[in-house]
Design a protein. Structure first.
Length: 170
């Protein structure tokens, strides 16, 4: 079996390699994976970003693992609806926003983890509660904000367990 491809999807106003994605990439490296980060900065529309991601995913062989933050979480889940993935790791995902094409997600992998902050003033935590309940996803809610900037160590620990679980399912 070929090595899984791990792709990071950044948020609306962020860049591919911010503090969070670099920390997650280091965690992935410790699990024997390399994390690729697509650059969506030239696209404001979430669904156009998802189209770009799907195009990249269709070029790949082997298992695919997607991770994303905020709009990038939506992009990852929207792409997973079209391309089989082994796992989704979503940070404060921007679900159920007006103007986004998808509000019902199907074809999602069995392994889905969602992390959100109670004090998120960008994406309501209730959106992640709704998504996690609907899809029976693992859900972690921290005493943190949208950027989850005070939870990097916890994020990485959960990401490590997630990657181990997803890559061991073979």
């Amino acid at each position: 079996m070929s090595e899984p491809t791990l792709i990071w999807c950044h948020g609306s106003l962020s860049e591919p390699w911010g503090k969070k994605s670099k920390a997650l990439a280091e965690t992935a490296k410790s699990c024997g994976l390399t994390m690729e980060a697509l650059d969506f900065q030239d696209l404001e529309n979430a669904d156009e970003r998802a189209e770009r991601l799907v195009k990249r995913l269709k070029e790949l062989d082997g298992p695919i693992i997607l991770a994303g933050s905020s709009m990038g979480g939506y992009v990852a889940a929207a792409a997973a609806k079209q391309v089989k993935t082994a796992g989704l790791f979503l940070l404060a995902p921007a679900f159920y926003f007006q103007g986004y094409a998808l509000h019902v997600f199907t074809n999602l992998p069995e392994k889905v983890t969602v992390i959100h902050g109670w004090a998120d003033d960008v994406v309501p935590v209730d959106n992640s509660l709704r998504f996690a309940k609907t899809h029976k996803a693992d859900l972690h809610v921290f005493n943190d904000n949208h950027r989850l900037e005070n939870s990097t160590d916890r994020l990485c620990a959960i990401f490590n367990r997630f990657l181990t679980t997803v890559t061991d399912q073979g």
